[in-house]
Design a protein around this ligand. Structure first.
Ligand code: ADP
Ligand code: MG
Length: 203
């Protein structure tokens, strides 16, 4: 990934979050406290502003800056979690690692921070299959890998509907959390779809 693609991804992710902020908040109203879309929109607005004046030398710089901005501007559970995702991606790319390795580091980071596993009805349920799908398709090129990751994340997010939440605010609802998609898994799928949308665009 080069700097232009990283910038295009974050811009597309910010657009997707803005477009779906109300939907994400509705999902969080059903099983949380109704702030997920608002939180992420505030965060990505801050990221857009921060990147506008940021002189990056690489994709890693862009993604690292995205992470530190999300960490400082987004409250709740999702700020530190998404901050961790983008900081891990940035750090891995800056260190010469591949994007597939960066995604794995991002997943490791949120699991370490939030202690969630697959099946707990969190963003881990979308990110885990996406990381696997990206790695499996990486040999076919960036575009194919991004598309595979987006598809897997979407399926993973859909799988959360039937799950009972065991982490985060939704876990307070116990069995009443079943029947609703997890907001964070849904936003993870959006962010990875944004990557698929811009990859191979010549962006
Ligand atoms: P808050 O729950 O503090 O209001 P948000 O509403 O912004 O924060 O984000 C909620 C999302 O955060 C959940 O839908 C879930 O995907 C994710 N989440 C919450 N706790 C955890 C955790 N321990 N590990 C992974 N993801 C989590
Ligand atoms: Mg919330």
């Amino acid at each position: 990934m080069d700097e232009a693609l990283a910038r295009a991804w974050i811009a597309a992710a910010a657009d997707a979050i803005r477009a779906d902020a109300e939907h994400l908040t509705d999902l969080d109203t059903a099983i949380g406290d109704g702030d997920h879309g608002v939180n992420l929109r505030r965060g990505f607005d801050a990221v857009t502003a921060a990147l506008g004046s940021f002189e990056a030398e690489s994709a890693g710089d862009v993604l690292g800056k995205t992470g530190t901005t999300l960490l400082s501007k987004v409250g709740g559970a999702s700020g530190p979690l998404y901050g961790t995702v983008f900081r891990a991606l940035g750090k891995t790319l800056r260190g010469g690692g591949t994007f597939a390795e960066g995604l794995q580091a991002a997943l490791d980071g949120i699991k370490q921070l939030g202690k969630a596993e697959v099946g707990d009805k969190t963003m881990v349920d979308a990110l885990t299959p996406a990381v696997e799908a990206y790695a499996a398709a990486a040999q076919d090129g960036e575009e194919a890998a991004a598309q595979a990751a987006a598809k897997a994340a979407k399926t993973g997010a859909a799988s959360t509907v039937q799950l009972q939440a065991r982490k985060g605010r939704a876990s307070y609802l116990g069995p009443r959390s079943v029947g609703h998609p997890d907001p964070g898994a849904t936003s993870t799928a959006l962010i990875l779809q944004a990557l698929a949308d811009v990859t191979g665009d010549g962006a």
